[in-house]
Design a protein around this ligand. Structure first.
Ligand code: MG
Ligand code: MG
Length: 274
């Protein structure tokens, strides 16, 4: 982004309330999928569960048919060295795998977008730690957002936390994004960089923040299916995402089932939800 604030959609409080409806549905869908994940389950079974749950609750899966070639499913299911955009299919999850499940839904024209990475049974200690570090970096990033701060305050907090925890790769080719009447909108939200740059964080801005972290290289390759993004060195990866906003009262994690209340309190950030 060379120019601040260009093309950024600012929502009214009423519109943010509608985004909360979409976000809560995405959060609840991911909790359902977390519980359904285990050895012997296929990624297509998880996808079917997600689509059914979203449609049964008045939502539309936002990934299905997205872009070119059209994404064919409701969730992105990315296993182990696959970081993001994996296509659900017959792959059977095995003990020791990790799966990033990314999910988006539209309710009354408003989008929610979130992702979790779930261990399948028992996973190696360094992989469990990778998941913890990546998820924590997401919360540290959101916690760094303040009205009248700047978007890269989030980026900087994510990178600073990850780097403080060890030698990890942080993807640079994929970023978080603005969200609202479309899934992907300006501004980009990188997962690294100096604070105090990019657009201002103002009331009505909604952002999807999504650190993608690996046990090895930050470099990725696109697989033959033209969607799946995998690490070039086959290292394990993790991806967590929430859609969130900042109100005059504090932060509001629109895709967290509790709005982020519990985790934000642990981080000393006021809860800004309604
Ligand atoms: Mg996503
Ligand atoms: Mg996203």
């Amino acid at each position: 982004m060379g120019f601040r604030d260009r093309g950024i959609e600012i929502k009214t409080p009423e519109q943010i309330d509608l985004m909360r409806v979409a976000g809560r549905l995405v959060g609840e869908t991911l909790e359902l999928l977390r519980q359904a994940t285990g050895p012997g389950v296929t990624t297509l079974e998880l996808d079917t569960l997600a689509e059914t749950h979203i449609r049964d609750h008045g939502g539309i899966p936002s990934f299905k048919g997205y872009s070119h070639p059209p994404f064919p499913a409701t969730i992105c299911a990315s296993v182990n060295d696959e970081v993001v955009h994996g296509i659900p299919g017959p792959r059977v999850l095995a003990e020791g795998d990790v799966i990033s499940i990314d999910c988006g839904a539209i309710v009354e024209g408003w989008h929610g977008d979130a992702a979790i990475t779930v261990p399948v049974g028992e996973v190696a200690d360094d992989v469990r730690e990778l998941l913890r570090v990546t998820e924590e970096s997401l919360w540290r990033g959101m916690a760094a957002a303040r009205l009248d701060g700047r978007v890269t305050d989030i980026s900087h907090a994510i990178e600073t936390y990850v780097r403080s925890q060890g030698r990890y790769g942080i993807l640079e080719d994929y970023t978080g994004h603005g969200i609202g009447t479309e899934m992907h909108m300006p501004p980009n939200v990188p997962n690294y960089g100096r604070r105090g740059r990019g657009p201002s964080i103002v009331e009505g801005l909604a952002l999807a923040v999504e650190p993608m972290v690996t046990l090895g290289s930050k470099h990725t390759e696109l697989l033959e299916d033209e969607w799946t993004v995998a690490t070039v060195d086959s290292s394990m990866s993790a991806h967590f995402e929430h859609t969130f906003t900042v109100t005059p009262q504090g932060a509001w994690v629109l895709t967290a089932v509790d709005g982020g209340r519990a985790r934000l309190a642990e981080l000393g950030v006021p809860f800004g939800g309604r």
